[in-house]
Design a protein around this ligand. Sequence first.
Ligand SMILES: [Zn+2]
Length: 671
Amino acid sequence: MKDSFQYIFRFCCDPGFNDVRETEALMRLCEEAKIDDVCVFANVEELNTGHMTYEEQEIWLRLMRSLAKRLSRKGISLSVNQWHSVMHADLGKALPARQPFRRMVDPFGNEAKLCICPLCAEWQRYIGGLYARYAALDASILWVEDDFRLHNHDPLIWGGCFCDEHMRLYSRKAGKTLSREEFVSGVLRPGQPHPYRKIWLDTARDTMLSAAQAIADAVRQVNPAVKIGLMSSVPQIHAAEGRDWRALLSTLAAGQPPVCRVHLPAYQEMAPGSYLTRFHTVSMLCASLLPEGTEIYPELENYPYSLLSKSRRFTRFQLLSALPMNLRGMTLDLYDLNGNGIVEADGYEAMLRQTKPFLNRMQKTGAFRGKRLGVRVLVSPRSSYTLHTSKGQSMEELYPQDAFFGGLLPALGIPFAYTTDPDMANETVAVAGQVLRNYTEEQIESLFRKNRVLLNGDAAETLLDLGLGRLAGIRSLRWMPQNGGEYTYEESLPGTEYRGREHVRASAVISASDAVCVDYAPEAEMREFTSFFDSFRRRTAPGQTLANGRVMIFPFGHMEDVMALPPMLLSAARQEILQDMLLCAGAAVPMTESAPYLIPYCFETADARWVYLVNGSLDDAENAPLRLPWAIKKSLSWDASAAGAQVEMRIGQRLNVFLPSMEAMLIRLEK
Ligand SMILES: [Zn+2]
């Protein structure tokens, strides 16, 4: 009987070198770390010989068959980590003459030596053949590696594919013979997207679907039941290759439940608070784009593999903090991929064993399968089709900025949930980047009419560009460049008090971002929460503003990194001010006050509301107030990952939370 929360251990050994020893080490580890599934690497990383032959595959198949037998006696399943599809990178290797696959070509015409064009029919037959042979094993999941993508194939610049065959396809769709240069400059043209943008994204989409179909068909001819899982990377980057998550996962699933290894964005240890921001902008965004019912097993990895990369404690923190994605389990990639094998001295086993009962208990509550509550962060899987580039020089300009508030809000103690549905009512909706370009005028008007809306600078500019500034009371705006001298801090208005001060200041210089100076329409009813000031204490522009009681402007924008936040935006004063503005607009969501990186994730099930708290600070949360928008009934209960965690009732709709650093707790509030 497998646990509610499954550990999938990714296992590497080098057959003929250390497979006998490592098989014994694996059996010990499975016992001690409570592993449910062993995912065996084939032809991996340092030991990768290129696109392996079927003869080479036989070595891995033999290993897998023998492991499957031993593992099944312990009730542990086997899955397959075929390490290459398109191939991650050339790494100094080249295709041999016996593999006449078409190679991938980048936007500048550079041709890879080993990475292939996923539309190559010869390669599709070959990869199908590899998977058909895996399908004959008694396996739970056949994984497709995250090199199954068009971007990131070193030494290519950005990625592909712009091979001659792809150029013929683009030319046919465009109705004229295109050079790479002409096509790429059309794809990236600033302003209104050129028709080549859609040709690129549609073709990239279809290219990957065609390769996925080849794998799925080959597997299903042999085995109707085995699941096919997809390992994935950063969703904003996949957007620039037109990834259609639903179509891709469904194609690969081929009648079975879709399975996805969502990327966890920290191969090395980092400050837990910063990690959580990346977790929200990358992992949670990815999870929100997957088809309903997808089994999620994220990627926990400590590349390049040792306690020097990542501690046991941080590894445990990643397990605890990933739960709100509603997981089936976690993949664990903890040791070298060079054939060194399992390193008992690293001591991950005890941590995994000790953490598992809490993970199982959390799964059994069903809380994470409930409806997510919080500010709705609007994202679109089609943003790369509609966004306007600014320079038109690089593929990176196609990465959508929609998820900005998914990073900012939780860092400031405000729960959020991504949504791809603009047709909602009675919600507080956070809108960033150019996501509004994906909707009709009627949809946008309805969004503003039926909801409270929070806009960042880019979203305000987009609204105005669409001719709909009136919905936010905006007449015009202009950008103030960061460090251009026009603003160095925001200051709150007289008569308000934040952080125990009147006229509280939040810095906005050096490590902030550009900001918009908004000219509000005279008839708009404005409440300014902050104003921008320059170094000479002169007020230069309105700052955070509530318009007509329902539209909030958070004036910062032009973010450079889709995964991280400008550090200056994270300030305790801004946390209080933004929370206050949301409350004044009528947002009814729980919020954690004052404790940094005490992240609330909220869910609703038939009989209860749930708040899962993760402490991403290196300090313990002591006496941290959790403000609830609901009356608290007597039956309040909680379960925590660590001793010392506690919840106390306070007067009004407030709880007091004690939660040790890097630990988590689930609070249940009966409805
Ligand atoms: Zn190609």
